[in-house]
Write a protein that binds this ligand. Structure first.
Ligand SMILES: O=C(O)C(=O)[C@H](O)CO
Ligand code: MG
Length: 260
């Protein structure tokens, strides 16, 4: 049975951020993820996790000025220093939460630009090696160009080839099924092929990015497929609830309280 992580950036927005941990636990989640914790003290987040018996599945490294449109630095040749600073900023949050993987965002850059590609490879290698010493994995996530126009990492095959070529044991793929379906389709075959390098999975309905309970994909089939493939990681619920979060959790009822 997949172990679902509530995404606290998108779900349980009915209450302030620090109260979403309790809301997720009450709804039956045993794990959470979110985009960024950096507006809050690391210890406050650690306390909410422990107080509610939750495991932190994932969060992102600082992306730069999100409101101004920045989406990370990894592929930006002149931002390597910012990238290194962002990894050091995230470290105390990783230690306070006990998270085992961090998402390294690529940034807005042209994937056909050799300088951007070289910068991305350099950033990925540096980050993975730095975090390896702290027992952490790094995940990279292809994102569809409709949601984030101009995002460097917009192709699952490119991400797979880089991970396979670099052979860094703590470098893995963040397989967001929502993005995969929009970019390529053929989700089941890609899950089967890429399973050995997958470090985290995320879900949402396609095309509306709501609860995984209808529209373009048959999620119950995909959840069974993840079990069949022996996936032991987390499945992040990175969706915008259609209404009140708890009103949209009928899909989750069979899985509530799942332990690894
Ligand atoms: O957009 C997504 O799918 C993500 O997982 C990122 O963390 C946020 O851009
Ligand atoms: Mg995602």
């Amino acid at each position: 049975m997949p172990r679902f992580a509530a995404n606290l950036t998108m779900m349980f927005n009915e209450v302030p951020f620090l109260d979403r941990f309790e809301a997720a636990a009450k709804a039956g989640f045993t794990a959470v993820e979110f985009l960024f914790p950096y507006d809050f003290p690391a210890d406050a987040i650690g306390e909410r996790l422990r107080g509610n018996g939750l495991t932190q599945a994932l969060f992102n490294l600082p992306p730069g000025n999100w409101e101004a449109g920045e989406k990370g630095f990894a592929a930006l040749p002149d931002r390597f220093g910012d990238l290194q600073d962002s990894v050091r900023t995230a470290l105390p949050y990783a230690q306070a939460t006990g998270v085992k993987r961090l998402h390294l965002m690529a940034g807005i850059a042209d994937r056909r630009d050799p300088q951007a590609e070289a910068a991305f490879t350099r950033s990925v290698v540096w980050t993975a090696e730095f975090l390896m010493a702290h027992g952490l994995d790094v995940v990279i996530e292809p994102i569809n160009p409709r949601n984030v126009p101009g995002y460097f990492l917009n192709d699952f095959n490119f991400a797979r080839d880089l991970i396979v070529e670099l052979e860094i044991p703590n470098l893995k793929l963040q397989f967001d099924i929502y993005h995969c379906q929009i970019i390529h389709g053929d989700v089941t075959m890609r899950l089967r092929e890429m399973m050995p390098i997958i470090g985290h999975i995320q879900i949402a309905s396609i095309p509306s990015r709501h609860e995984p309970d209808g529209e373009e994909l048959n999620y119950p089939f995909l959840f069974k497929e993840l079990d069949r493939l022996g996936y032991g990681g987390f499945v992040g619920c990175e969706y915008n609830p259609r209404g009140k979060t708890t009103d949209g959790l009928a899909w989750f009822k069979p899985y509530a309280g799942a332990k690894p």
